[in-house]
Design a protein around this ligand. Structure first.
Ligand code: ZN
Length: 150
């Protein structure tokens, strides 16, 4: 029997009853979701949903009025970088597969960026170019248009 713990807006901090480990990953990916392809938008009421299922642990997903959702068995005790990359990957799979949005795309290329935990910093994760494998931007710092070249 699945128990819903909380639901909250994509770019808002989670409520207090959400385990602290979800705070950074959801805030970062939620912030990057503001930068969808021009003209594209998520369904009304898109939000994070966290539930708990005996035997599975925590299930994190996206919900909306018309049932946009995926569920990821998510461990809040993973290092923040690893959990950020995992959440980013699941959300990307969902929005490309079900919402038909290419998010996020590589500047200068047409492919999607690939999320991965930063090997040197357990707190962080980055979006990478699929072709060069190079890290381009931290997850949570995505921008539309020309990127700052710092
Ligand atoms: Zn690229």
């Amino acid at each position: 029997m699945r128990t819903t713990i909380a639901a909250w807006p994509l770019d808002a901090p989670p409520p207090a009853d959400v385990p602290a480990g979800f705070r950074l990953p959801c805030a970062r990916v939620g912030r990057d979701l503001r930068h969808l392809p021009s003209g594209a938008r998520l369904p009304d009421g898109a939000r994070w949903e966290l539930s708990e299922e005996p035997g599975s642990g925590f299930l994190l997903g996206l919900g909306s009025a018309r049932g946009l959702r995926y569920t990821l068995e998510a461990d809040p005790y993973l290092p923040p970088g690893q959990l950020t990359a995992l959440v980013a990957e699941q959300v990307q799979d969902h929005v490309t597969g079900y919402e038909f949005l290419q998010w996020p795309t590589c500047p200068g290329h047409v492919h999607l960026l690939v999320p991965a935990a930063d090997p040197d910093d357990g707190e962080r994760a980055r979006w990478h170019c699929r072709r060069s494998g190079r890290p381009l931007v931290r997850i949570g710092d995505l921008r539309t248009g020309p990127w700052a070249t710092t």
